[in-house]
Design a protein around this ligand. Structure first.
Ligand SMILES: Cc1ncc(COP(=O)(O)O)c(C=O)c1O
Length: 520
């Protein structure tokens, strides 16, 4: 019986199998708006490069200033009973674009990712058309092969060259870090998956500057926040190795079971790289799993000039890298790499005959270990998730199109532009670095309080100026975030491979204009 509530003139998924025509029509309808969104970012970039006033395209960052009630009102999302058809789709698309922050604009320097590139968009389109799932090989043969090959190529770049080395994608850096804890936990206590938690308290080590996902991973894996020893950093934000050694010894002598150390390659705020070689030696001495959280800074491996920062990465048991951060690959694209993927499988594999049709996953795993093979292409066997998107394609397609050398140039440009901004801050009479400059982040205060103020008052004043500037920047076409520092919060600018020196010049000018109003 026909549903009377649905007008028959409205296209409906079950009505026609002429879907390619419908897709073609809809693509045609929205393509103009999508291209305009990117064109506005390009126009702003061109304006900045020609030195025109700040290169502002008001809509590019302005949505950041709107409260949720206004966005909700302007968006006008109506999840109605009746179909709204093409008009509804096109109008909502237009309003959505208008009310979004334009990450393609160079003014977007707020977070550790940026807008993607044309190849990134194509890769998302391919994945959308394929709409497949990388839990088992049968339904995603080509994408599974691409994930295996891309993971292996990445692992090789880091020097993980063992016969079972490789990598798998995860839905983000936090998820990659979480899986690394699960795998290390399983190595430390092979009975854990069957019997649950043990009487022995597992403890792990990571620096005070590391990402919160490590502590979350500890919570989710039954280790708990108290099982995470936060190791102090030196004045440059790198983990103190003597303090790490001492913490391991202390934990041992109080009856705890150390099993895992995370070294960060590119900390979230300051961009510091922990001393991997030295940490690896400590891990070896105590038989601990070494994980490298290179979510942000791991991409420096693509650059001949910057890869020295990752010296010692070949000694890691597992490595996280997020191409969706420093490489401009679409969000999300994150890999967990390892020197022995059999360990990934041992920790994550579970019998599920309705999905994995190797006679029995357990038997297949035992066979794999006994025969020293790791040829599983049912990639959900290596991760906590079941259904998985083909995120590896997004890195692989860009690699094909731009070459490794393209990614290298992209990384180098981001580092060079950050260094240029650093020099501007150093020369500026009212700006002062808040942290040592390492990577693609530049952290600084505007007109920081001098010694005449007591620390608490100075911190309050600095935080107020920083917040005022950060909130004022979107109306000038920029978005810059801030973070806690030694004397209150400071501005943190994150550059990417498209950011130019001219953008830095105009941003410094904009900061000065807003900051001046605040300190007058
Ligand atoms: C060092 C580091 N690790 C992990 C993450 C988490 O990555 P994701 O946001 O993809 O979960 C971040 C995010 O900023 C990070 O900076």
């Amino acid at each position: 019986m026909v549903d009377q509530r649905v007008p028959t003139s409205v296209p409906f998924p079950t009505k026609s199998l002429d879907r390619h025509t419908e897709l073609s029509n809809l693509l045609e309808l929205v393509t103009g708006s999508l291209l305009e969104h990117v064109a506005e970012a390009d126009a702003a970039n061109a304006a900045r490069q020609s030195g025109r006033r700040n290169g502002i395209i008001p809509n590019n960052q302005a949505a950041a200033l709107l409260p949720p009630e206004i966005v909700s009102q302007r968006l006008g999302l109506s999840l109605s009973e009746k179909p709204q058809g093409k008009n509804g789709l096109v109008e909502l698309t237009d309003r959505l674009l208008r009310l979004s922050v334009n990450t393609w604009d160079q003014g977007f320097m707020h977070k550790l990712y940026s807008g993607t590139n044309p190849v990134g968009v194509i890769s998302e389109l391919i994945l959308a058309v394929l709409n497949t799932n990388l839990h088992v090989y049968t339904v995603s043969p080509a994408l599974s092969v691409i994930e295996k090959q891309t993971g292996r190529a990445l692992a090789r770049l880091f020097g993980l060259s063992g016969p079972y080395s490789g990598g798998i994608t995860q839905p983000g850096g936090s998820a990659s870090n979480f899986n690394s804890v699960l795998i290390a936990r399983h190595r430390a206590m092979p009975f854990i998956n069957e019997k649950g938690t043990s009487a022995q308290q597992l403890v792990m080590f990571t620096s005070v500057d590391s990402h919160y996902s490590l502590e979350k991973a500890a919570r989710m894996s039954g280790i708990g926040s108290q099982g995470v020893y936060k190791i102090p950093t030196d004045s440059e934000g790198r983990m103190s190795v003597p303090a790490l050694r001492k913490a391991i010894l202390d934990a041992r002598s109080s009856g705890k079971h150390p099993f895992y150390v995370n070294a960060t390659a590119g900390t979230t705020v300051r961009g510091a790289y922990d001393p991997i070689e030295e940490i690896a030696s400590v891990c070896k001495e105590f038989g601990l799993w070494l994980h490298l959280d290179g979510s942000l800074g791991g991409s420096a491996i693509f650059s001949g000039q910057q890869s020295w920062r990752l010296k010692g990465s070949e000694r890691a048991d597992s490595i996280t890298i997020n191409p969706h951060k420093m490489l401009g690959v679409p969000v999300t694209c994150s890999f967990l790499l390892g020197n022995d993927l059999r360990q990934f499988r041992s920790a994550n594999s579970i019998d599920a005959g309705y999905l994995f049709h190797e006679e029995s996953s357990k038997v297949a795993l035992q066979d794999a270990v006994a025969n020293n093979t790791d040829d599983t292409y049912d990639l959900a066997e290596l991760t906590p998730q079941c259904g998985r998107k083909g995120d590896a394609l997004k890195l692989a397609l860009g690699w094909v199109y731009y070459g490794r050398i393209g990614y290298e140039r992209y990384v180098d440009k981001a580092f060079d532009t950050a260094a240029y901004l650093f020099s501007l801050v150093e020369m500026h009479p009212r700006m002062e670095m808040a942290a040592v400059h390492h990577s693609v982040q530049v952290c600084f205060y505007y007109n920081p309080s001098s010694a005449e103020y007591e620390h608490k008052v100075a911190a309050k004043r600095n935080t107020a100026i920083t917040a005022y500037i950060s909130e004022g920047l979107p109306s000038k076409g920029f978005m810059v975030d801030y973070a806690p520092g030694p004397v209150g919060k400071f501005l943190r600018v994150v550059t990417n491979g498209t950011t130019t020196n001219e953008t830095m010049d105009s941003m410094v000018k904009a900061i000065d204009e807003i900051g001046h109003l605040c300190i007058m």
